[in-house]
Design a protein around this ligand. Structure first.
Ligand code: DGY
Length: 330
C-alpha cells in the first residue's frame, strides 16, 4: 500500500524522520533551506500534511495551491504563522505543541529577567573588552529582583509557571493582566493579583510579556505604554515579535525612560531593529526560550504524534481548529 506523502519543512532530529517514515512517504529538508512561499507551495504538491516549525506562513494563498493538504502540525506552541480561519474554511487542521515547553520557557523568562536586571551581558562585554581595572562600589549596579513586583501580561500556562517561580522562589509580588481572570484558587497559589494594564505598567518593577500574538495584541507595548512604566523598570519580551513596538522601545532605552529590556523575540525576526543593537541596556537572544535538547525533542515528538494521530488513527492530540475534525468525522 502506498504511504501518504508528507513534507517536513525544516531540519529536525533524525529520530523524527525515522518515526515519520514508518507511516509516511517523507520529503525532508535536512539542509535547512529556507523556502520562499512559492517553493513551499511547490514542495507541498501531492502532500497531505506538513511538519512545521512555526515560521512557515499558511494562509489562503498557499492553501489555494495545495488542495490535497489536510494537516499542518507546528512543533511550537505559538501558531501565528497559521491563518486559522483560512485553514478552517479550506478544511485543513492545524495543531501546535503546548505544555511540553512550559517550564523550560518559564526558566528562560527568569534567565532573561535576571540577566537584564543585573546587567549580566553588559558587564561581560565590559570585562571581555579589557576595561575592568578595579572593583568599585557602584560598578554595574542593577535592579533588585527578589522581593520586587513582577507584572505579567498574558497569564496562560507559561505566565503561570513564571508566576510560581516569582512568588515561591523569589518572594516577588505578582500582578497580572490577561483577557480573562484566573480562578481564585489559582491566583492564591502564587499570590497573584489581577489588575488593569495601566496599573500593571505603572506599578511593576519588572514587566514580563507572555501573551500570544494576534492582530489585537500587535504593539501591546508602544511609546505610550513605555511612558507609563517606572524609569527603573525592566521589560522582558518572551512572547512574540510585534507585541512590542521595537523602534519605540529602542528610543525609550536610549533615553533611559525605562532602565533595561530583555528580548528573545523581535518584529520581523530574524532581523533585529538596528537601533536595538546600539543601546547597551538591552539583552538580546535569538528566540531560544524553549531551546533545551529535551524540550525541543518533546516539542517535535508532539508534532509527530499529531501527524500520526490524525492521519493514521483519525485523532489529533492538540488540534487548534477542531471544527475541521467534526467536519471529517474524526
Ligand atoms: C513556541 O513554541 O511558540 C516558541 O516560541 C518556539 O520556541
Amino acid at each position: 500500500m502506498t504511504k501518504p506523502a508528507i513534507l517536513v519543512t525544516r531540519a529536525i532530529f533524525p529520530e523524527v524522520l525515522i518515526k515519520l517514515s514508518q507511516h509516511f512517504d517523507v520529503e525532508s529538508n535536512q539542509d535547512d533551506v529556507i523556502w520562499s512561499p512559492q517553493e513551499l507551495a511547490q514542495r507541498l504538491q501531492g502532500k497531505v500534511a506538513a511538519f512545521m516549525t512555526g515560521t512557515e506562513r499558511v494562509n489562503a494563498e498557499l492553501l489555494a495551491l495545495c488542495g490535497q493538504l489536510k494537516l499542518c502540525a507546528n512543533m511550537t506552541v505559538g501558531y501565528n504563522n497559521f491563518d486559522l480561519a483560512a485553514m478552517t474554511s479550506a478544511g485543513v487542521l492545524g495543531t501546535n505543541a503546548p505544555d511540553v515547553l512550559t517550564e523550560t520557557t518559564a526558566d528562560f523568562g527568569f534567565a532573561l529577567l535576571m540577566a537584564t536586571a543585573r546587567r549580566v551581558t553588559e558587564s561581560e562585554h565590559f570585562l571581555r573588552a579589557g576595561k575592568w581595572t578595579r572593583w568599585s562600589y557602584d560598578m554595574f549596579s542593577g535592579a533588585e529582583v527578589h522581593g520586587t513586583t513582577l507584572g505579567i501580561v498574558g497569564m496562560g500556562r507559561i505566565g503561570q509557571a513564571i508566576a510560581r517561580r516569582a512568588a515561591l522562589g523569589f518572594g516577588m509580588q505578582v500582578i497580572y493582566h490577561n483577557r480573562s481572570r484566573l480562578d481564585a484558587a489559582t491566583e492564591a497559589s502564587f499570590h497573584a493579583r489581577y489588575v488593569g494594564k495601566e496599573e500593571l505598567l505603572q506599578t511593576a518593577d519588572h514587566v514580563m510579556l507572555v501573551l500570544p500574538y494576534s492582530a489585537s495584541s500587535h504593539h501591546t507595548i508602544g511609546a505610550a505604554e513605555l511612558a507609563l512604566m517606572k524609569p527603573t523598570a525592566t521589560l522582558i519580551n518572551l512572547a512574540r515579535g510585534g507585541i512590542v513596538d521595537d523602534a519605540a522601545l529602542a528610543e525609550a532605552l536610549r533615553h533611559k525612560r525605562i532602565a533595561a529590556a530583555g528580548l528573545d523575540v523581535f518584529e520581523g525576526e530574524p532581523a533585529v531593529h538596528p537601533a536595538l543593537l546600539t543601546v547597551p541596556n538591552v539583552v538580546l537572544t535569538p528566540h531560544i526560550a524553549s531551546a533545551t535538547e529535551g524540550t525541543r525533542r518533546a516539542m517535535a515528538a508532539l508534532a509527530v504524534d499529531n501527524l500520526i494521530g490524525f492521519l493514521v488513527n483519525g485523532k489529533a492530540v492538540t488540534p487548534l481548529n477542531p471544527e475541521v475534525l467534526a467536519r471529517v468525522g474524526a
